[in-house]
Write a protein that binds this ligand. Structure first.
Ligand code: FES
Length: 200
């Protein structure tokens, strides 16, 4: 029997004519879920990056503290002239930060000279005025700074009162051990001030 078109029933296989179901609300459904997830991830990154940067700054002194140590072996007594003329040596040490350990990296340099039988004196090569490296003049038997003409005697004291350096060259503890090894407790100090303030 022919029924009018408006009264014909659609069967279960006739889905092409059914209207798609709209999501119950804006932002619902799969697309909404992805949007929300992306927003959460971006928010997390934006929050975490400054927080991590702050943490790094907070931990930095700790990391630097870990990298500065006690005495380090610099050379042997046999490498120093017997007449007390200073000789310059690099200072190498292991450095450790929060993530890595570096072996034998340069942390500075020293002038070493014999001051007596089995005794050694160590001076930092950095000028206390503004941080240039001083040279040793064998002719004048003194240290000279090429930047602003400070001059220092063999023991590090200021040689010329016109020197702009506010203090003598920085001395450090140097020890001769067992088989002639020279161990120096190396330290850098802040420039431009009359007292010795260690660089952290
Ligand atoms: S840095 Fe040495 S005199 Fe200025």
């Amino acid at each position: 029997m022919n029924l009018p078109l408006h009264s014909q029933k659609t069967g279960p296989s006739d889905k092409s004519v059914a209207a798609p179901e709209a999501p119950p609300c804006a932002g619902c459904g799969r697309r909404g879920f992805f949007k929300k997830s992306l927003a959460v991830m971006i928010g997390g990154v934006v929050t975490l990056v400054p927080a991590l940067a702050g943490l790094m700054v907070l931990l930095d002194p700790l990391r630097r503290k870990m990298s500065s140590g006690g005495a380090v072996k610099v050379t042997t007594l046999a490498a120093l002239p017997a007449d007390g003329v200073p000789r310059r040596f690099p200072v190498l040490a292991d450095k450790v930060d929060a993530w890595n350990k570096y072996r034998n990296v340069p942390i500075g340099a020293v002038y070493l000279r014999r001051t007596g039988d089995g005794k050694v004196e160590a001076l930092n090569v950095v000028c206390p005025h503004a941080g240039c490296f001083v040279d040793f003049s064998a002719e004048r038997a003194m240290f000279l700074c090429p930047c602003h003409n400070s001059s220092f005697a063999l023991d590090g004291r200021i040689a010329d009162t016109k020197s702009p350096s506010p203090r003598a060259l920085d001395s450090m503890s140097a020890e001769v051990r067992g088989n002639g090894e020279i161990w120096v407790t190396f330290q850098n100090f802040q420039a431009g001030r009359p007292d010795k303030v260690p660089v952290a």
